[in-house]
Design a protein around this ligand. Structure first.
Ligand code: 3UK
Length: 505
């Protein structure tokens, strides 16, 4: 698709104002404490924008750190920051003081809006602007809002003014800030959401990713608003409470990570999920075993999609008849993708290399020399090892850094994980390379068992044979470690570095 945006563009005005005027009575957001119509959302956004520009004394281009779980107020605060011409710096609810301090410093934050229940960590920071609280009884933001005018004229921003600094969850090293423009926030709606997901105004969105994670910002806020649909914003979800919420709200479009779908599939028979029409999995690789378990439990073909904070949202995916188990899909309309060798030359089908993508969104690190590693000749190198097949489908192998090299063989952990996950005793697993004097690295699986199964030497031998019968025998896990749970990020990603550390410790 050709994306044409006017030179002057404010993303909140584009996402909210027209729908609020034409269909003000339509519900935009459902929260635990009630639902907001488009008209109510617009009024709250406008009052917050006045607070930012008035009492808080901010000017366009100032950076506002936001901290809060997924609630309608958090959504309104984000939209207000964009509308006021300021730059939102959303932070994940589980971040601790030290991580927040890095973000405050790197993003040169001018003001802070923080949900009342999450302010403790921020109070420990020495050099942080005072936080204005919201979402509690008698919190400052709501008190100031009441005294502001009910309408705010959107700041006349340029389409390529920065409106968002998204921080990577940073499994290794210092978190990186990625800058995105007003037009980028619309571009993800007009590519993946419009052409792959194809959601409709009558759809009801739901899911787990935090609004502070661009997966959640897009899926649970920008996508629904772009088409005048509604979204359910809930905090502290578990697989059970998400299933309950889907059933109760009759949600139709769901966004979450593969582990969540895996756990939901095991419980799905207890719920009426006939309302669900589209389910999107992202954040890490979707094993074929999980895709099948989900399809069996719900009848739904999962929409897998790879996205990245650097790219803002999903850039390779497939839906409907285009889905091929085992492949992520094809470049989302508007994006191009290819697989490169170490020297940056394109590789043909069937060879594993480094994934490179180009499209309307892309990586702009905030003052970080790693920009040169991520973007080369306009192509974004996401750090993923991929292979293309003869039909142009992109098949995920592993993170480039996570490829296991054992006795001269390249082994992708996720392939071994997929084989293990098909065994009825296995609930979760993570496969890593452990340093080994003979083989360089040894394939090691960390396994969480399903209820009713217990670790034993016999089970280990069974699991090893089970893998050897499915994939090349040299890939089988020579070591199996049983665990109660696996280390994961707030965004559902397995922390392989922690599994590796556990081994050497
Ligand atoms: C991995 C996947 C295989 C991949 C994200 C959707 O995950 C998101 O952003 P992050 O910056 O991480 C990016 C990295 O995560 N990954 C994500 N999805 C998949 N690997 N299959 C997938 N479907 O390594 C990628 O480079 O945390 C996802 C939308 C917005 C996002 N920010």
């Amino acid at each position: 698709p050709e994306l044409h945006y006017p030179d002057r563009l404010n993303c909140t005005a584009a996402l909210l104002d027209d729908t609020a005027r034409a269909h003000g009575e339509r519900v935009a957001l459902h929260g635990v404490h009630g639902s907001w119509t488009y008209a109510q959302l617009l009024e709250r956004v406008d009052r917050i924008a006045h607070v930012l520009r008035g009492p808080l004394g901010l000017v366009p281009g100032n950076r506002v750190l936001l901290r809060g779980a997924n609630t309608p107020m958090m959504a309104a605060a984000l939209l207000a920051v964009f509308k006021a011409g300021c730059i939102a710096v959303p932070t994940m609810p589980l971040l601790r003081a030290r991580e927040l301090a890095t973000i405050v410093a790197k993003a040169e934050v001018n003001a802070v809006l923080c949900a009342a229940d999450l302010c403790a960590e921020l109070e420990q920071l020495p050099a942080c602007p005072p936080a204005m609280h919201f979402g509690g009884t008698d919190t400052q933001l709501e008190a100031l809002m009441a005294a502001q005018p009910a309408t705010f004229a959107a700041c006349d921003t340029a389409a390529d003014d920065v409106c968002l600094i998204g921080f990577t969850s940073g499994t290794t090293g210092v978190p990186k800030g990625t800058m995105h423009f007003h037009r980028d926030l619309l571009a993800i709606c007009d590519t993946f959401a419009r052409h792959t997901l194809r959601a409709q105004p009558a759809d009801l969105f739901i899911g787990t990713p935090p609004l502070a994670f661009t997966f959640g910002l897009g899926g649970l806020l920008l996508f629904p608003l772009r088409i005048g649909a509604a979204s359910v914003l809930l905090e502290k979800l578990t697989p059970e409470t998400l299933l309950q919420a889907i059933e109760r709200h009759r949600a139709t479009v769901c966004f979450t990570a593969p582990t969540f779908y895996r756990q939901m599939a095991a419980l799905a028979s207890r719920y009426d999920l006939a309302c669900l029409a589209k389910t999107v999995s992202a954040g890490e690789a979707l094993p074929i075993a999980t895709r099948q378990a989900w399809q069996q439990a719900t009848g739904l073909a999962m929409i897998d999609g790879i996205g990245a904070t650097e790219m803002l949202h999903i850039f390779i995916s497939a839906a409907g008849d285009e889905i091929r188990p085992g492949a992520t899909g094809k470049p989302v309309p508007g994006y191009r993708a290819c697989v490169l060798d170490e020297a940056g030359r394109p590789l043909g089908p069937g060879i594993v290399g480094r994934l490179a993508v180009k499209g309307p969104t892309g990586c702009r690190y905030l003052a970080d020399e790693r920009q040169r590693d991520y973007v080369r000749d306009g192509w974004n190198l996401t750090g993923d090892a991929y292979e293309m097949d003869a039909d142009g489908y992109f098949i995920y192998r592993s993170r480039t850094d996570d490829m296991i090299i054992s006795a001269g063989y390249n082994i992708a952990g996720p392939e071994v994980e997929d084989a293990l996950l098909r065994h009825p005793a296995v609930a979760e697993c993570g496969v890593i390379g452990r340093p080994d004097p003979e083989r360089g690295q040894l394939v090691e699986a960390h396994v969480v068992l399903r209820p009713g199964h217990a670790p034993s030497a016999q089970l280990t031998a069974q699991l090893q044979d089970f893998v050897k019968n499915q994939i090349a025998p040299y890939k089988y896990p020579r070591s199996i470690v049983y665990a109660e749970a696996l280390p994961r990020t707030e965004t559902g990603k397995l922390q392989r570095f922690r599994l590796r550390a556990k081994e050497t410790a």
